[in-house]
Design a protein around this ligand. Structure first.
Ligand code: SF4
Ligand code: SF4
Length: 81
């Protein structure tokens, strides 16, 4: 409570992706599919940014470069005390 996480979805470099599908198999959220031979985060709302796909992609085609954590005002005030 008090913390809202706003996460971006993984970035997939289509020039590196060969469509092997390992990220699809690994994604516990079923957020990734192969579309026209390339991985696509087709259900970004289901992605919890676990970064598993980034870790296992054999081509290094997936990156999860950042996570934004937004603190609600009451928590932020508490941290300043
Ligand atoms: S694991 Fe990597 S190379 Fe394989 S489909 Fe996913 S993004 Fe593409
Ligand atoms: S970061 Fe995790 S939940 Fe999101 S697409 Fe990759 S494996 Fe799936």
């Amino acid at each position: 409570m008090g913390v809202e996480r706003v996460s971006v979805v993984p970035i997939i470099d289509v020039t590196k992706c060969d469509g092997c599908g390992e990220c699809v198999d690994a994604c516990h959220a079923n957020a990734v599919e192969i579309v026209n031979g390339k991985a696509v985060v087709v259900r970004p709302g289901d992605c919890d940014y676990c970064t598993d796909c980034e870790s296992l992609c054999p081509k290094g085609a997936i990156s999860c470069p950042l996570e934004i954590v937004v603190l609600e005002k009451p928590v932020a005030r508490g941290l300043r005390r």
